[in-house]
Design a protein around this ligand. Structure first.
Ligand code: ADP
Ligand code: MG
Ligand code: MG
Length: 535
């Protein structure tokens, strides 16, 4: 077997490296014959079902008829080959995570800072207003749980810095997620799939990739995220007499990304088999839980299969509640308030959810570009190696308010010759909410100016495309793709004292999308799962 090393014909950068005598070490996905494609597709499709790299199919009318009991699972879209990521960039991304955990724990604890953030977007954003109201209500009677759990994910794209030779990839942060950070489960499976293929199918190709030529880092996202839940469960302390401590996974009733979540449950069952874990739909919170009539207001769960068993909820892990769709009525807000009032450790609390808004990211990033006395040092020790890497991941983000900087941003956003370099973001999560480039001016003009301040304007990061193949719904798509690296963090802290009880980098995620596609959400149907091959 001979290793294939071909420069991507579309990559001028790679050519210039070759000119400099530096040989790109990444063996690009070899060109496949039709038979090879079909064979790989078959292997991947079966491996995905065999190992839980799957999602529930969308509830179309045809699917409803063929599968009335919703038992089907289908392979998640995934690349045929791992994507090349610069080793140093990958390492630095992981290295920044502990500082990011600390930073967002500190932001969550700074009620004044968050109040100011909320004030800046509240006129155009009822969802943020309602979240803040939940915090105000609970604060007025007093929080009874000072521990807070964050299962975070910091997302990046690589910006090619060409001001130095050889040019290098600097990770720039797309966003920071503090609620329902998903795909930890499937990302581990995608990495395992590519690892499996390097041992089996890749060496057999006509242009073989010999085992050992790909450097595939291990992905510990499942253990890392479950480890955070376990740490919180232990730190909760004892339940009331005659009660059994449990963990709740709070989910959406019509969730399709079920196995991503299940992998975390299976991990808990493996590493902590004594922890009862229940899945509870957001809409059923008030039906299945009550608050104890005590000073602590413990959250009590009644299991539908055994009404006599008494469970006390130590940790509520939220994979729902991050967007307005989960709050169709006042009752849903009452339910969120009910959880927040309880003694259960929330992942996340309302304040931590608010810390994850794009407005917070913008304010942190703006302070850097303005070269203000570092706002970072207000929150964390800013001279650690981890904080140094964190700082480098910030990119240009502007307010859209009526401040001096906001007015400059508004001009860029409305200018047909400048807007293509920006993305306009509301304070929303879950994909499909942003407005890109040329669509920004019309979008802004469709609403009163008084709402503009609830958005932020971010420079588009333009990573270099690479070639790959995607298997989606049994079909292979081939072309140029771009990658988004997510780094997970698990952090447990005391909201009052600031003491950090658990702080870990918790694995990674690589998502890939066609280079012409704007959004890259796998759940939203635009992107696909991938894994890292270090170059
Ligand atoms: P959400 O919280 O809905 O996931 P994101 O800020 O992550 O919102 O944006 C969704 C997607 O849009 C990202 O996954 C990425 O593909 C794309 N995107 C967002 N910001 C940028 C940016 N600054 N440059 C390039 N692409 C971006
Ligand atoms: Mg995102
Ligand atoms: Mg997000």
């Amino acid at each position: 077997g001979q290793v294939v090393r071909v420069a991507s014909p579309s990559s001028a950068m790679r050519d210039s490296l070759l000119d400099l005598g530096i040989e790109p070490s990444w063996p690009f996905p070899p060109h496949l014959t039709n038979v090879e494609r079909e064979t790989l597709a078959q292997i991947i499709k079966d491996w995905a079902s065999g190992h839980g790299l799957v999602v529930r199919p969308p509830p179309t009318a045809i699917a409803a008829e063929a599968d009335p009991n919703r038992i089907a699972a289908v392979p998640a879209p995934v690349t045929l080959f791992p994507s090349g990521i610069a080793r140093h960039a990958f390492r630095k991304g992981l290295a920044a995570q502990k500082a990011y955990n600390e930073l967002y724990a500190a932001v969550s604890r700074d009620e004044k800072f968050l109040a100011d953030i909320v004030k800046q977007v509240i006129d155009g954003d009822e969802f943020v207003r309602d979240l803040w109201a939940v915090h105000q209500t609970v604060k007025s009677e007093g929080y009874t749980q000072s521990l807070s759990l964050g299962l975070f994910r910091s997302d990046y794209m690589a910006h090619k810095d060409t001001s130095v030779l050889p040019p290098f990839d600097q990770l720039k942060q797309v966003e920071f997620n503090t609620i329902a950070s998903s795909f930890g489960g499937l990302s581990v499976r995608a990495a395992q799939l590519h690892h499996y293929l390097t041992k089996t199918a890749y060496p057999l190709l006509q242009q073989p990739i010999v085992e050992g030529t790909l450097d595939l880092p291990e992905n510990k996202a499942i253990e890392g995220l479950a480890g955070g839940i376990e740490a919180a469960y232990r730190a909760y302390g004892d339940a009331q007499p005659e009660h059994t401590k449990c963990v709740i996974f709070l989910v959406q009733g019509d969730e399709r990304n079920v196995w991503d979540q299940r992998h975390l449950e299976y991990q808990l069952a493996k590493s902590s088999p004594t922890i009862p874990v229940f899945r509870l739909a957001f809409a059923d919170i008030l039906k299945n839980t009550t608050l104890a009539q005590t000073k602590k207001r413990q959250l009590l769960y009644s299991s539908p299969i055994n009404q006599d068993a008494k469970y006390e909820v130590a940790v509520v892990y939220m994979r729902a509640g991050y967007g307005p769709d989960d709050y169709p009525s006042q009752q849903a807000w009452d339910a969120r308030c009910h959880l927040e009032r309880s003694h259960a450790i929330k992942c996340p609390s309302v304040l931590t959810q608010l810390a994850g808004t794009k407005k917070v990211q913008q304010v942190l990033a703006t302070s850097r570009s303005e070269n203000e006395a570092s706002i970072l040092s207000k929150f964390i020790k800013d001279d650690t190696p981890s904080a140094t890497e964190l700082w480098k991941t910030f990119t240009n983000i502007y307010p859209m308010d009526a401040s001096e900087m906001g007015l400059v941003a508004r001009k860029k956003a409305l200018d047909p010759n400048q807007c293509q370099d920006y993305v306009l973001k509301p304070q929303r999560e879950g994909g499909g909410n942003n407005i890109y480039g040329k669509a920004i001016p019309d979008y802004l003009n469709s609403m009163p100016e008084s709402r503009w301040g609830s958005f932020i304007l971010m420079e588009l990061i333009k990573p270099e495309p690479q070639r790959n193949l995607i298997l989606r719904n049994g079909q292979i798509e081939e072309g140029n793709v771009i990658n988004e690296l997510g780094v997970y963090g698990a952090c447990l802290w005391d909201q009052k004292s600031g003491k950090i009880l658990h702080n870990e980098e918790a694995g990674w995620l690589l998502r890939t999308k066609g280079d012409k596609s704007e959004e890259g959400g796998v759940a939203a149907g635009y992107g696909c799962m991938d894994s890292v091959s270090l170059t």
